[in-house]
Ligand binder design. Structure first.
Ligand code: ARG
Ligand code: ZN
Length: 889
């Protein structure tokens, strides 16, 4: 049944303490759950309804006595509980079957070890409980298991006792000193080894940090541990938030639905976000590990100490924690240019994943109003758009003001389960003179209104008066259930560049000099601003640093964009100017009536500008690589009303080939200058150099394949063989595979042989082939073969994603086939996966979110595939919600 935000009521009972005992056995685990409960005096007396799923119930005792109970669907209902508000004891004994748990929610087995995942509603698959985040309890956990098979026994908090039992079994007892909601419960049991690090906090407290992995993986834990130490130090330094536990553990598992989970004191991670050494992980992997380790650690305060009242408030912890991990990664950058690169990367994720979500059938506000399945709402809107809301709050209160707001938030709500309103109010109250405080009710429309606002701007220069006026208007398209939107509060960071001089012009507003950048806060549907003393015709640099999550429409001329690309002092808008130029060429070429794609969609001025960026003496390599990367097919598709994916693919490929040939000498130069980077270090500067060298190789191989030349492919194969790190090796492999060169086959075979025992590297091998550029439909048959490969395993989410998602969600040119075979494949996989793991299936189901924009014959074929899935009567709620919303009008 659909759950509505407005239906929230406080729980009728509180659970104060939980004492759990586990007898761990993969095929039958016994769980004894002893709780102390009391009635919530603020709620009318009613029966106790406990959530449970796929549990075998053996016994229920109240204050030590048998009691009557009944089942109502998945709920255990107790009607004859003691009256009054005195605490009483409830004891529940159940069993479950971890080895059969393919959903990977609750208690499951992976590689012969036990793991748990309880967020959002997995704890009910372990025991009967009030499985909702506003019920916070103190936990004591005793684990018992075979000592030889499960030598390590972990749970939240502190280890208070352990020892041997009869029959080769042993036990460990853990006490969590902090109360917590059930979704933060965790246990781990298995053959694991740990890298350990002792640290002392600023306040002089000692802590033990541990990273647990399978034996053999210890040599891949150094970066995760370094990231964890950096996270602890950063949260203390930037927000005054210290580690509040004696021991902080991270455990890696290769079977995990998401990235990682912030269980109190016992974070459980997908191996993908823990394991790295230079031979097996790329620079991107290193950066992801840093940010995910940070993210989960930062949840210890934003999520765990203060949690969500209900799941509609999910962005309270996720948006805020993404913002914090983004800031963490930026603060770790030594150079300002690297900070800008990180910002561009974050915005690129937002625009290629969140903007389409906000324009499609699954569009929802950052604080949603309803859901059928909460797992479907762990989205880029809740996470990334939620982070942008927090970022705007910081922009409207200043960095120092925002930190004060965080302090007030913890003063008010530490230890509580609260709402997004509570957070916004605290930030505003700590900054009474701020624009946020002045505009709070309107600002909060960002939480309630879905959809991406569009800001249209137009400029007028009065040469005689030396004034420049920018006129703004804002609008937001309807989204499902929200036909009309009220204006948003939109902070717009502005600057002016001299059109002729290229100089950054000093800004003067209302007779006041305001420096080189000015923050205009839009609140109305229409609004203008006038700058004085503007000595020459300017080019406006609008939405600097992407100061708000909106689409900006400004009718820039090519010359203006070239001026911004060459001269803007704001790195984000400099990059953005290049993207706009490329996008314009792509759209013109797509729209041109020609049946065949032009070989030269890009004009000479653009090519010359790209050459200037590539050869620029001071810009750093990471930034150059971003500028030289064309807008993705997905991003181009979002700009069009009717989408022909094959046409977009053909045009973008033509643009790539044009860059490859027109800049051939420049790519040779760039490779030569960036190919050697000394000893491996995954820092932003050397990562950027490797990325640019990799890009150069990609273009050089592409041109060579086209010309039937084999010099660069030969050099690339040699670099692939000799590479001293995975980044260089994989970039070389990718250059051969994506150019479709004949040498790709032997490189792929060699790569597989080298890494056949490294699961995460094999994932890359699968993903590269399933995601490679389509040339006449060769990818789908290759994907079918990959699924028949002995190393393929549909039950392992990472492996399933590496093949199926890389094709259906990340390879539009391969997936959208005129013969509909891509969609048939998609529907088969959604149905097949739904029987194993509904969460993973529902993510895959989202691949056809934007089907209504497709041109024929794609549109009808996509609808047919969706309808075939929707016609199944036994779908999970997860997939049901996604396909029904996609088909709704
Ligand atoms: N809270 C986790 C994180 O963002 C994600 C957990 C998602 N779990 C789920 N079943 N949807 O770090
Ligand atoms: Zn999170």
């Amino acid at each position: 049944a659909v759950i509505h935000r407005g239906d929230y009521t406080a729980p009728a009972f509180w659970i104060d303490t939980v004492d759990l005992s586990f007898d761990l056995d993969p095929s039958k685990t016994r769980v004894l759950n002893k709780m102390t409960l009391r009635r919530n005096p603020d709620v009318q007396a009613q029966p106790l309804r406990l959530d449970g799923e796929e549990l075998n119930l053996a016994r229920v005792l109240v204050n030590g006595q048998g009691t009557s109970f009944k089942m109502d669907g998945n709920q255990l209902v107790l009607e004859n509980l003691p009256e009054g508000t005195e605490p009483f004891a409830l004891e529940i004994f159940t069993t479950c079957v971890p080895v059969k748990n393919t959903k990977l929610m609750g208690l499951y087995v992976s590689n012969d070890s036990f793991f748990t995942q309880c967020e959002a509603e997995g704890f009910r698959r372990i025991t009967y409980f009030l499985d909702r985040p506003d019920v916070m309890a103190m936990y004591t956990v005793t684990l018992r298991a075979d000592k030889a098979k499960f030598p390590v026994l972990l749970s939240n908090g502190n280890l208070v006792d352990s020892g041997d039992l009869e029959d080769g079994r042993h036990f460990a007892k853990w006490v969590d000193p902090h109360k917590k909601p059930s979704y933060l419960f965790a246990l781990v049991a298995g053959q694991l080894v740990a890298r350990e690090q002792r640290i002392t906090s600023r306040a002089g407290k000692d802590h033990l940090l541990q990273v647990f992995v399978r034996p053999g993986d210890l040599d891949k834990t150094e970066h995760a541990m370094n990231s964890l130490m950096a996270s602890v130090a950063w949260d203390e330094a930037r927000f005054g938030l210290p580690l509040d536990l004696e021991r902080f553990m991270i455990v890696a598992t290769s079977d995990f639905n998401m990235g990682a989970m912030e269980n109190k004191g016992l974070n459980i991670f997908n191996t993908k976000y823990v394991l790295a050494n230079q031979a097996t992980a790329t620079d991107v992997d290193y950066a992801n590990i840093e940010s995910v380790v940070g993210h989960e650690y930062f949840h210890n305060w934003t999520g765990n100490r203060i949690t969500c009242r209900d799941w509609f408030q999910l962005s309270l912890k996720e948006g805020l924690t993404v913002f914090r991990d983004q800031e963490f990664s930026q603060d770790l950058c030594a150079e300002p240019s690297a900070r800008a690169v990180k910002r561009i990367e974050d915005v690129r994720v937002l625009r290629t994943a969140q903007f389409p979500e906000d324009a499609g059938p699954m569009a929802h506000p950052v604080r949603p109003d309803s859901y059928l399945e909460i797992n479907n709402f762990y989205t880029v809107t809740i996470y990334e758009k939620g982070a942008e809301l927090v970022r705007m709050m910081q922009t409207l209160t200043s960095r120092a003001g925002f930190a004060k707001g965080m302090t007030l938030y913890f003063e008010r709500f530490d230890g509580q389960a609260v709402t997004c309103d509570d957070f916004a109010q605290a930030i505003a109250d700590a900054n009474p003179g701020s624009a946020l405080a002045a505009l709070l009710p309107q600002f909060k429309r960002w939480y309630s209104q879905a959809g991406t606002p569009r800001v249209a701007a137009r400029g007028e220069y009065d040469a005689a008066a030396q004034t420049y006026t920018l006129h703004f208007s804002q609008s937001c398209a309807a989204t499902p259930g929200q036909p009309v939107k009220e204006p948003f509060v939109i902070p717009v960071s502005l600057g002016l560049i001299g059109a002729a001089s290229g100089a950054a012009l000093p800004l003067s507003v209302d007779g006041q000099a305001v420096g080189g950048s000015h923050l205009l806060v839009l609140t109305d549907a229409q609004q203008s601003i006038t700058f004085q003393n503007v000595a020459e015709a300017p080019v406006p640099s609008i939405l600097r640093g992407f100061s708000a999550p909106v689409v900006l429409d400004f009718d820039y001329s090519d010359a203006q964009l070239l001026a911004l690309l060459a001269n803007d002092t704001d790195a984000f808008n400099r990059w953005e100017a290049g993207q706009r130029l490329a996008l314009r060429s792509a759209i013109n070429s797509i729209a041109s009536s020609a049946n065949s794609t032009s070989a030269t969609p890009l004009n000479d001025a653009y090519i010359a500008a790209m050459r200037a960026v590539l050869r620029h003496p001071t810009l750093d390599a990471a930034f150059k690589e971003l500028v030289l990367t064309l807008p993705s097919e997905t991003y181009i598709a979002e700009q069009l009303d009717v989408v022909d994916p094959q046409r977009i693919h053909a045009v973008r490929e033509a643009m790539r080939l044009q860059l490859a040939t027109a800049l051939h000498a420049d790519w040779e130069w760039a490779f030569a200058v960036h190919e050697n980077n000394g000893g491996y270090r995954p820092d932003p500067v050397s990562s950027g150099r490797r990325a640019l060298a990799g890009m150069a190789l990609n273009f050089l191989c592409l041109a060579a394949t086209q010309n039937g030349d084999s010099v660069w492919p030969g050099k690339t194969l040699q670099r692939f063989k000799d590479a001293g790190n995975m980044t260089d090796r994989f970039n070389a492999l990718q250059a051969l595979v994506n150019s479709g060169h004949a040498l790709a086959g032997q490189a792929l075979a060699r790569f597989h042989a080298l890494f056949k025992d490294e699961a995460l590297v094999l994932d890359k091998w699968f993903a590269l082939q399933a995601g490679t550029s389509d040339r006449g439909g060769q990818v789908l048959p290759a994907v079918r073969q990959l699924m028949a490969h002995p190393d393929f395993n549909l039950k392992n989410p990472n492996r399933a994603r590496s093949v199926i998602f890389s094709f259906c969600s990340a390879n539009p040119g391969g997936f959208h086939r005129a013969d509909a075979a891509g969609y048939v494949f998609w529907a088969d996989r959604v149905i097949e996966l739904d029987a194993i793991n509904p969460q993973v299936a529902a993510r895959l189901a989202r691949a056809l979110d934007r089907w209504k924009k497709l041109a024929e014959p794609y549109r009808s074929a996509a609808r047919e595939a969706l309808a075939r899935v929707a016609a199944k009567t036994d779908l999970s709620n997860d997939v049901r919600e996604v396909v029904d919303r996609a088909l709704a009008d």
